[in-house]
Structure formats: C-alpha cells, structure tokens
Design a protein around this ligand. Structure first.
Ligand code: ATP
Ligand code: LTN
Length: 334
C-alpha cells in the first residue's frame, strides 16, 4: 500500500433486510461517519446480499430507500462520501462471477455466517447464501479498497476478500489492493438484549433482541428495562461472568461518551433497576437527533433517490475502470 494515510479508500455496506439496529449503528455506521472526514469513502446498500434470504419484493423496495435514509440521518454526507445501491452498479455481480472462478468450495464452507444461517433457515438455503462472501469480496475489491470498517462478525468475510485479492494478483497480475478490516474495540459486537451470548441481529426471531433505530423512545426504554441481566447486584464489566450487564455498559458508554470505568464508578452501590433506567435514557438521547433527521428525510424520498442516482454514477466510474482492467488481465477482452 503506497498511498499516504490520508487518502485511503474506505468501503462498507449494510443489507436492506429487516430493521437496522443499534448494533449496526455502533459497530459499523458510527465509524463510517468518522472516517469520511479523512478518507475517500464509498458506502453501499447491498440489496443483492439481502436477497440471499427471501425478501418480500414490496418490502425490499421500501427497505432499500429506508437504509439509504438511515445512512444519511446517521451523518453520512453525500458531498463527502459516495452512497449507492449495489444493484445499480452491475460490475458487482460481474466481478463476483470472475472471483467465483478462483474461490474454493471448502473455503466458503468454513464461513461462520453461512453455517449459522444455513442452520436457522435450513429449508431456505440457496446457492446465493453460500456464495455471499464472494459477492462481498467483489464489492470491496472493485473500489481498490484499503479499509473496510465492519463489526466483528464480518472479519472472516474480509479475510476471504484478502485471500481472493492475493490469489487473483498472483494468477493474473497486480490489479487489486489487499484490503484491511477496521474493527473497533468497543461496539464491534453488541449482544442481543434477550440473549447476551448471541449478537444483536436483524434476523433475530423476537424484536426484544434488538433496539431498532426506528423504535419509539418508550419502546427503547421498555426493551432495555427487560433486557436479560445476570445474577448478582453489581454493575461491573466482566464479559464472561456478567455478559448482560457488560453489554449494557458497552452500549451506555458508546451512547454517552463516558468510559466504562467512569460508569462502573458512578453505579457503585446502585442497583440494576436504576442502571437500566439510565441506559434507556442515554440511548433515547443518543438516537434523538438521528430519529429527527430520519423523519425529515422520510418526507422527502425524492431527494434521497437523487442522492442514490448520483452516487451510483460516481461508483460506476470507478467500478467500470477496475472491471476493464480485470477483463484485460484475465484475457476476455479483445
Ligand atoms: P444479520 O444480523 O441478519 O446477519 P447484520 O445486521 O449482520 O444482519 P448488516 O446489516 O449487513 O447485517 O450489517 C451491517 C454492519 O453492522 C456490518 O458491518 C456488521 O458487522 C455490523 N453489525 C451487525 N450486527 C452487529 C452487532 N450485533 N454488533 C456490532 N456490529 C454489528
Ligand atoms: N456482509 C455484510 C454486508 C456487506 C459488506 C460488503 C460489508 C456486503 N458487502 C462489503 C463490508 C464490505 C454484513 O454486514 N452482513
């Protein structure tokens, strides 16, 4: 990587499936907003990825636009960053095909997310779900990405993108940059409120698992009040012995800007009830400006559509150039 640190390329994405939740925000989107001041950022709404689990067409259409609105309300600035819908830039699936020819079946069989989803959606497992990480590698490599800011659960997929970049470069010449995942220490794995041993997930069965970014303040407070906590009484951070309280401490810390140490001190001698009430309020306060902006954007969907259209044009310019280089390198253009 010869480029100077300032002008690196950053790429990341979220699927427009289910509801985006606090884990997506704290684990991924929060970092994106910070990175756009330093780097060339490209953020996608990966609709083809969402389709690897059946989506009702009308709902999917709505979710794509809502996800874009969530990016914007969270502070992604379309003047600084490129925001676009994956399926608007056909090079993503084109490159995925070429990468399919160098990805190995056993390598994909190792992917934890596939194994997990294949178990949960057993009767619905399709080839796309298996193939998902190859499309993700194409997303990343098309933009010659240096950094991929994601939550902990995506580390393995970024690792595969690195492997495929190196393999391609070895076979066909130096085309791709080998990307690097950026995973924050705090917030990289926000756990489910109903089960602090599993990550907060969009595809969770019960809405009690997550705080949706669109949940009303009272519902947020209620969900946190009911969050599963641990035996004992003390508010201390210990992921192994107190996974529930530790998760809430992490959320509280990220929402309030206070360190976990500070919070532990503040809650010395206080009970879980008081603590949870304050976590609820901190999260509501943290989400308030975001929710206000989201409401405004929902009143103006055409403005968002325009942003997506111009984002797709910008993305296409880069993607088409890379795709040309790739085709030339593998010998299929003339
Ligand atoms: P599912 O839970 O259904 O697998 P997902 O929420 O992981 O979906 P995306 O919306 O595509 O899928 O994820 C967007 C980003 O949010 C990714 O970078 C992912 O790593 C991050 N992320 C997802 N869940 C969490 C979590 N519980 N904690 C922190 N980051 C998360
Ligand atoms: N698999 C990711 C979404 C995703 C992504 C990407 C993230 C698709 N393509 C490229 C970073 C870079 C997930 O979060 N479930």
């Amino acid at each position: 990587m010869q480029k100077d640190f300032k002008n690196k390329v950053v790429f990341s994405a979220a699927q427009p499936s289910g509801v985006l939740h606090l884990g997506n925000y704290l684990g991924a989107i929060k970092q994106w907003v910070e990175l756009q001041n330093k780097h060339k950022c490209v953020f996608s709404i990966v609709d083809y990825h969402a389709m690897t689990v059946y989506q009702e067409p009308k709902k999917l259409r709505e979710k794509i636009l809502e996800t874009a609105m969530i990016y914007l309300a969270a502070g992604i600035n379309p003047e600084k960053s490129t925001i676009f819908i994956q399926s608007d830039v056909s090079e993503h699936t084109e490159l995925a095909w070429i990468l399919n020819t160098i990805a190995k079946i056993p390598e994909l069989e190792l992917m934890t997310q596939f194994k997990d989803k294949a178990k949960r959606f057993r009767s619905k497992v399709n080839v796309g779900l298996f193939n998902y990480p190859v499309l993700m590698a194409a997303d990343i490599l098309l933009y010659k990405t240096d950094f991929v800011p994601v939550g902990e659960d995506q580390k393995q997929h970024v690792e595969l993108a690195r492997t495929l970049a190196r393999r391609f470069n070895n076979l066909y010449g130096d085309i791709f940059v080998v990307p690097q995942a950026i995973i924050r220490k705090e917030g990289a794995r926000i756990m489910g409120l109903d089960d602090p041993l599993k990550k907060m997930s969009k595809s969770a069965k019960s809405p009690a698992n997550y705080i949706a970014l669109t949940d009303e303040p009272n519902l947020i407070k209620e969900k946190i009040k009911r969050a599963v906590t641990d035996s004992g009484k003390e508010v201390i951070y210990n992921k192994e012995k107190k996974p529930g309280i530790s998760n809430l401490l992490e959320i509280y810390s990220l929402a309030s800007g206070k360190t976990i140490k500070q919070l532990e001190k503040e809650y010395e001698g206080k009970n879980y009830g008081e603590f949870k009430k304050d976590v609820g309020e901190a999260v509501v306060g943290f989400l308030e400006p975001f929710q206000k902006d989201l409401k405004k954007l929902k009143e103006n969907p055409d403005k968002v559509r325009k942003i997506l259209q111009s984002g797709a044009e910008k993305a296409k310019l880069i993607a088409a150039k890379t795709m040309q280089e790739v085709k030339k390198a593998v010998g299929i253009n003339y």
